[in-house]
Write a protein of this length. Structure first.
Length: 162
């Protein structure tokens, strides 16, 4: 019985250790919070710029740009078509056969640069505080990046994807 109790305690401790309080300061511009996939359970912003501050959380792992570059790739399209084969046999009679075949066409999709996915955008009033606590945590695939118009302080419950 004692082993089961110890096992449950370890599981509970592990569950609570996956999320950590993260805090820091935000400069005006792009701020990289995490370059790994994350879950944002809650986050609070305190404006220190003295003016209304628009803050946007992006699903991005860049420390310098809110754009995401997708590399060029090749795609293949397959379709069926008819191929007619005709020949003259040894007696001089022309024979033809129609066969259905699978044809492939390769094409290249060019690289593209687009704005990264916005997770949320809020406006923090001058010297004010705004808290974001979604019912279901916000998940990011690439990382957590914040674009701020002014300076601010953040405090959040941010952890890795399970």
């Amino acid at each position: 019985m004692k082993r089961i109790f110890n096992f449950i305690i370890v599981l509970v401790a592990f569950a609570f250790s996956t999320f950590a309080q993260t805090s820091g300061t935000l400069a005006a511009g792009v701020n990289l919070i995490s370059s790994d996939p994350t879950l944002v359970r809650s986050i609070q912003f305190f404006d220190t710029s003295g003016t209304n501050n628009t803050i946007t959380l992006y699903d991005n792992d860049s420390a310098s740009s809110t754009n995401r570059v997708r590399a060029a790739y090749t795609t293949t399209t397959q379709y069926t078509t008819n191929v007619v084969m005709s020949f003259t046999n040894f007696t001089g009679v022309v024979q033809s056969y129609t066969n259905a075949v699978l044809a492939r066409v390769n094409s290249t999709v060019a690289a593209s640069t687009n704005e990264a996915r916005r997770v949320f955008r809020i406006v923090v009033p001058a010297n004010g505080t705004v808290s974001v606590a979604p019912t279901d945590p916000y998940g990011t695939t690439y990382g957590a990046q914040i674009l701020a118009n002014g300076t601010a302080i953040y405090n959040g419950d941010i952890g890795p994807l399970p």
